[in-house]
Design a protein. Structure first.
Length: 127
């Protein structure tokens, strides 16, 4: 198994570098067992959003990546649940992942000042 960094995945998805993008895609196509750390998924969401991608495009790209047969996600259950909440919810992917992770660790709720996240079950606004 090999782990990949955000920049490799970004080059493959964005296809924005004539030298690195084909190399990155080749790694994804030819490697059988790829580990994607949870922090890479979070950073990749930020990179895609910063590149002007819509919420829907970011969701679709990350979901497609997560479902590749060769990809193993760190904290897969939490990442997939966070992606599902991110699809229709108002908060950022990182917020949903924090909420999901807190619940998985046994927290009854997540206190936040983030009004968008506080609309989610399991999160409470501290105001």
């Amino acid at each position: 198994m090999i782990a990949v960094d955000t920049n490799l995945l970004a080059r493959a998805i964005l296809d924005d570098d004539p030298r690195q993008s084909p190399l990155a895609r080749r790694v994804l196509e030819r490697t059988r067992d790829i580990l994607v750390p949870v922090t890479v998924m979070l950073e990749l969401a930020w990179v895609l959003k910063s590149a002007g991608w819509t919420r829907s495009q970011v969701h679709q790209a990350l979901t497609q990546l997560a479902l590749l047969p060769s990809v193993r996600l760190d904290r897969a259950v939490n990442v997939l649940a966070a992606l599902e909440a991110f699809e229709d919810g108002p908060a950022d992917l990182a917020d949903y992942l924090n909420l999901r992770q807190a619940r998985a660790l046994g927290a009854s709720k997540l206190l936040t000042f983030d009004r968008k996240l506080a609309k989610s079950p399991g999160a409470d606004l501290l105001a």
